[in-house]
Design a protein around this ligand. Sequence first.
Ligand SMILES: [Zn+2]
Length: 339
Amino acid sequence: MIAKNREIPRRILMNEALIERLTPIHYLLQVIKTDLAKRKAGYRGELQLDYHLQFISKDKNIMILHDLRLEIDGRYFQIDTLLLTSYLVIVLEVKHISGTYTLDSRFDQAIRKLADKEEAFSHPVTQVERQKKQLIRWFTKMKVPSIPIATLVVMTNRSTVLNTTSQNEKYHNVVRVENVEERILSLLTYYHKEHFPIKQVRKLSNLLVKKHAPLIAFPDEIYGISTGEIITGVQCPECRHLPMLRKYGHWHCLMCSGKSKDAHISALRDYSLLLSQQITNKQVRNFLHLESRKTALNILHSLNLHSTGGTNNKTYHFTLHTASQTAHQSNSSTARPSR
Ligand SMILES: [Zn+2]
């Protein structure tokens, strides 16, 4: 069963929001668009994997956790997908690569060739083995009883041509996505000694979910884009014009005469992706171009955000849950047209 869902990566949502809120002539726009396209392809690959795990994910004795980021001794490591059973743990690393992908362990690298252009990456097997080592350390620290850990590199692009430079290449755990379920089942047949009962597997799964530490980074840290470069205001859901004006409880667009009751939700979601996970009444007014403190307060209350501080210095906190919830409401990742 799925113990931790895969969500649209925050970086994709951040890039999308950023593209909408930078001037169309911003010098980093192309860099952001390229990064977005790459990450969307990677995410599509991960969804491909999920599709091929459908059968396994119905098994109550297999816990599936997607997108884990864990800390060990002040450093973080990430796992695309983790499978937990009483017999075996499997670490899955997803690769969504176009063109020809050649594994070369002599130099511990993988070479992607696409349209006569070659690019080197780290060897995926080395990468997933490193994750396994980090997970062993994490398990030791958390006093998880010893259990075998297998690794798989899943190639999710069906058109990828896989290649090796020598016969001794380490590729035994590299698998094409259409064969992943079969490979997992054969691993589970091979490891049949029970290491801990399913009850404890579920406990471990809960612990992993609890200890998951999502990366929250903003455009200033990633791209060096300052707050002042981000265009504020409520965006028109019809024509994407910024800003809309608030009149008689609605947002009005001066460009297309469109009207919206809740376009501020998407704007505040952008705020949480681009500027901060926290906001004050004054910041709401600045970002949404509102004059009225009371309107800002009503908006904040309607979002049911957790708040801290007294009446005069109250700070509201966007949780990740709120961020993804509002993302779903505005259906951002698919509905947002790119400029
Ligand atoms: Zn409009």
